[in-house]
Design a protein around this ligand. Structure first.
Ligand code: GYE
Length: 329
């Protein structure tokens, strides 16, 4: 009897010790990776899809603790957010930079705090490549080139190649990589085509409201437009509203051709209906890609510095309900 009690006591002690040991190694294994994400704003459908993808991928369930900050389209808010993440001693900083310039100081601070920085979506212009670990996003120049190529082909198809063409250009936020690339593609095409003319350049800041106001005012003095090149879907929606109010028709059956970027759900639906002639895809689903980059770095691997996603152009004349149904955003 006594022997049995001693044995039981010993067994309980052993169990206790095992549990205690388990507890020492437990939190290390289950530790969540702390990520501070500075999102630049919530200006567009693209951005909403991007935020959704990022927050879903960097969830607790997937092993992350996410500190999220929406900078409301202001760089100073992003600088504040990053400094806050450094204070919080996060494991990684993810930055969707509103524009390319102005990041050197704050990223130097992150570097000194030994916090790796991952850029997502747009890029930065800093000469020191060591200021960030890697970047994932789109090739915006290639997007612009594809859109312009569609226009060239469309003009050939409709027998209008070589005729004068007036283009209204609605630009995204100045200095953003997406703006720089898409604008450069159009400007280079205009240089190739002496018969093409930029009728006006409107700084739409990627929002529907701003674009609507600018196009509405523009049309008061100039209605002789053949094409609208809108650097995102939401600005295209704003332009459509202004055109309707001005009594101008657009789309496949109208007098003005519309080219849009992003190709999010609503824009694609309008493209299917023939209201937008061509939608250039810009993929916002970077969440799983960023999570993957972090996991690679956690394993001690150095991911590729630049990671481009593949994209395609949708045309009103070839888009189908079936394609639309299969889209994720
Ligand atoms: O095209 C636009 C958004 O940087 C790719 O930003 C992104 C752009 C996108 O506001 O809708």
């Amino acid at each position: 009897m006594k022997k049995r009690k001693v044995f039981l006591g010993f067994f309980i002690l052993l169990l206790f010790l095992l549990c205690a040991c388990g507890r020492v190694s437990g939190p290390e294994e289950d530790r969540l990776i702390r990520v501070g994400f500075s999102q630049l704003g919530s200006e567009s459908d693209w951005r909403a899809a991007n935020t959704k993808s990022m927050t879903a991928a960097l969830s607790e369930q997937n092993g992350f603790e996410l500190l999220f900050d929406n900078a409301k389209q202001k760089q100073e808010n992003q600088l504040l957010a990053i400094r806050n993440f450094i204070q919080e001693e996060v494991d990684y900083i993810v930055l969707a930079p509103i524009m390319e310039s102005g990041w050197e100081d704050v990223l130097q601070e992150a570097k000194e705090a030994e916090i790796p920085v991952i850029l997502v979506d747009r890029q930065i212009s800093a000469e020191d490549e060591e200021l960030y670990s890697c970047w994932v996003g789109s090739d915006f120049r290639a997007e612009g080139d594809m859109a312009v190529q569609w226009l060239e082909e469309e003009l050939v198809r409709s027998g209008k190649a070589g005729e004068p063409l007036r283009i209204l250009h609605i630009r995204g936020t100045d200095g953003a990589t997406a703006q720089i690339g898409r604008t450069a593609a159009l400007e280079s095409a205009v240089r190739r085509h002496p018969e093409w003319e930029i009728a006006g350049v409107l700084p739409g800041e990627y929002t529907e409201a701003k674009s609507y106001e600018l196009v509405r005012d523009f049309l008061k003095t100039d209605r002789d437009i053949d094409v609208i090149y809108s650097e995102n879907d939401n600005m295209c929606f704003g332009a459509m509203r202004a055109l309707e109010e001005a009594g101008l028709s657009y789309g496949t059956d109208g007098q003005i051709m519309l080219i849009s970027f992003d190709a999010a759900q609503h824009a694609l639906q309008l493209c299917l209906e023939g209201k937008i002639n061509a939608c250039m895809e810009c993929n916002p689903l970077h969440g799983p890609r960023v999570a993957d980059l972090i996991r690679q770095m956690e394993r001690g691997e150095q991911p590729e510095k630049q990671n481009f996603v593949k994209e395609t152009l949708f045309r009103a004349d070839t888009l189908t309900e079936d394609i639309l149904q299969k889209r994720e955003y």
